[in-house]
Design a protein around this ligand. Structure first.
Ligand code: G6P
Length: 369
């Protein structure tokens, strides 16, 4: 066991540090300088993807958060409508399926009971076809789907998912680029996004260098009972994933909100005992996020801001901290900003002395309903 963990104290830490490699493997031989290479989703994919006019995504847990990020990408780049739903709800709902809709299931294990049942249920609902994004080639989901794209994260042992999530996002980024290419995206813009995605392993490596600074930040959370995570746009699902990581392994109650919803409830909880973590890379919504954060500051909330050096973010945190993360560009930023949040959850859990790799009451794969 100690040998497999090598220099790392826990599998989770090892898996966080394996992400540059895992993501590079997932992109390898799938992405060229001018686009996604042919047939990476399987040989029948050409016909199905050509006909796709909309996408429904189903998943559970962390995989669901990957789906939420993909919605922003596919809608922005390919202008196709996307809905994302947790599989346990989807399977019992009368989902209305417009013509030529593709069902996408996302799962690390390929054995999650609700996701598998939702995929099976979908065959009665008139989809164009099904695509599975999964980490285990011999799993039930992979066997039952029409199209598949394997993440190449390697075995993930820590119950809290890390490298499976970022490789799912890399796979979904390929899917979004493929749909964009087929739906008239400007070739120059497309090439620029491909270059950005090629750079992802390096950008994650840079983010991992923040670990010492994050260890310091983590100390502030030891005696906290609650934490609030905020983001906007594609960074709202990143905030959701950051809060899920913290709650899973440190047992601190954490919630994530799209920052624009702050005034509709969570602001009532903010006082000097409430750390507020903001995922705040530069982008069209940054000014709006800043004014949301002013509201937190005015109520004495302690702000912990992950930013990429955009002007005005440092003075946000005289009562708190700003950490600089080099995003590598706005397309891959949600993947890159996930990494410091994983490290934060990990180090808070270590300081609190929890069983990081086997958190109480949770299982790696939920194979019963
Ligand atoms: C469990 C795991 C999570 C995972 C979720 C979905 O809750 O603890 O880490 O995200 O199941 O699993 P899947 O294998 O379908 O991605």
């Amino acid at each position: 066991d100690a040998v497999e963990r090598g220099e790392y104290r826990h599998y989770m830490q090892k898996e966080i540090f394996e992400q540059p490699r895992a993501v590079a493997d997932t992109l390898e031989a799938r992405l060229g300088p001018h686009g996604v290479l042919p047939n990476i989703f399987g040989i029948e994919s050409d016909e199905l993807l050509r006909r796709t006019r909309g996408v429904h995504i189903i998943a559970c847990g962390t995989s669901y958060h990957a789906g939420l990020v993909a919605k922003y990408w596919i809608e922005e780049f390919a202008h196709l409508p996307v809905s994302v739903e947790v599989a346990s709800e989807y399977r019992y709902r009368d989902a209305v399926v417009p013509p030529d809709t593709l069902l996408v299931a996302i799962s690390q294990s390929g054995e999650t009971a609700d996701t598998l049942a939702a995929l099976r249920e979908s065959t009665r609902r008139g989809y164009l076809g099904t695509l599975v994004i999964c980490n285990v080639p011999e799993s039930s989901l992979v066997r039952e789907a029409d199209l598949k794209l394997m993440t190449r994260a390697g075995p993930e042992i820590g119950v809290a998912s890390t490298k499976a999530f970022t490789t799912q996002l890399a796979a979904l980024a390929l899917f979004a680029l493929e749909l964009a290419q087929r739906n008239g995206m400007d070739p120059a813009r497309h090439a620029q996004l491909c270059t950005e995605l090629q750079h992802l392993p390096r950008a994650i490596e840079d983010a991992l260098k923040l670990e010492p600074a994050i260890v310091e930040l983590a100390a502030e959370f030891i005696h906290r009972q609650h934490a609030l995570f905020l983001g906007r746009g594609a960074h709202y699902p990143v905030a959701l994933e950051g809060s899920l990581k913290l709650k899973e392994i440190s047992y601190i109650h954490a919630e994530a909100y799209p920052a624009g919803e702050l005034k509709h409830g969570p602001l009532a909880l903010v006082d000097e005992k409430m750390p507020v973590v903001a995922v705040a890379p530069n982008g069209p919504l940054l000014d709006k996020l800043k004014s949301n954060l002013q509201e937190v500051r005015a109520r004495g909330g302690r702000l912990i801001v992950f930013a990429d050096g955009a002007a005005g973010m440092d003075d946000m945190t005289e009562n708190g901290a700003t950490l600089r993360v080099a995003s590598g560009g706005s397309f891959i930023a949600p993947i890159v900003f996930t990494v410091p949040l994983q490290l934060l959850a990990y180090h808070v859990a270590v300081l609190r002395g929890t069983d990081v790799d086997q958190p109480r009451n949770l299982a790696k794969s939920v194979t019963v309903e």
